[in-house]
Design a protein. Structure first.
Length: 145
């Protein structure tokens, strides 16, 4: 099925764009073709988590903002897996004023995020290999580790 027909007939079309959304090398290459490289300050989540203060300081310097603020590291929005997708869909499709009544049920529907399966990770790394190489060439960031 062609992508336009699939998009038209599938209400969850954008849920299938995960792979393309992860092509960071291609995305940056497009941006760099339109804007001066000096306008970008690229960080990784890993760097932010492991060197929080240094990373924030570097961002503030890049933005030419005074660094007289203090930010504290921490997991503010912890992720979770969903046990039963139908419950999550019902909750999301309800008007906002009714969602609060399902909060106790939604809390029971959360579970810890499981580590990625090693085979799945290897397959994804293979699919992203070319783009990860491009990302490295553009930024020096190595996400293959």
């Amino acid at each position: 099925m062609d992508s336009e027909r699939f998009k038209k007939n599938n209400p969850y079309y954008y849920n299938y764009l995960y792979f393309h959304s992860g092509l960071f090398g291609q995305q940056l290459q497009r941006y760099f073709s339109l804007f001066d490289r000096a306008q970008f300050h690229i960080i990784t989540l890993d760097h932010l988590k492991n060197r929080f203060e240094e990373t924030i300081e570097n961002i503030l310097v890049f933005l030419e903002v005074e660094s007289n603020i203090t930010l504290k590291p921490g997991d503010r929005n912890k992720g979770y897996d969903v046990r039963f997708m139908p419950i999550q869909r019902v909750q999301r499709n309800l008007p906002r004023q009714y969602r609060k009544y399902l909060e106790p049920l939604a809390a029971l529907n959360k579970t810890k995020i499981r580590p990625i399966n090693k085979t799945t990770r290897a397959e994804l790394m293979k699919r992203y290999e070319t783009d990860l190489s491009l990302l490295y060439d553009l930024t020096g960031i190595d996400l293959t580790k």
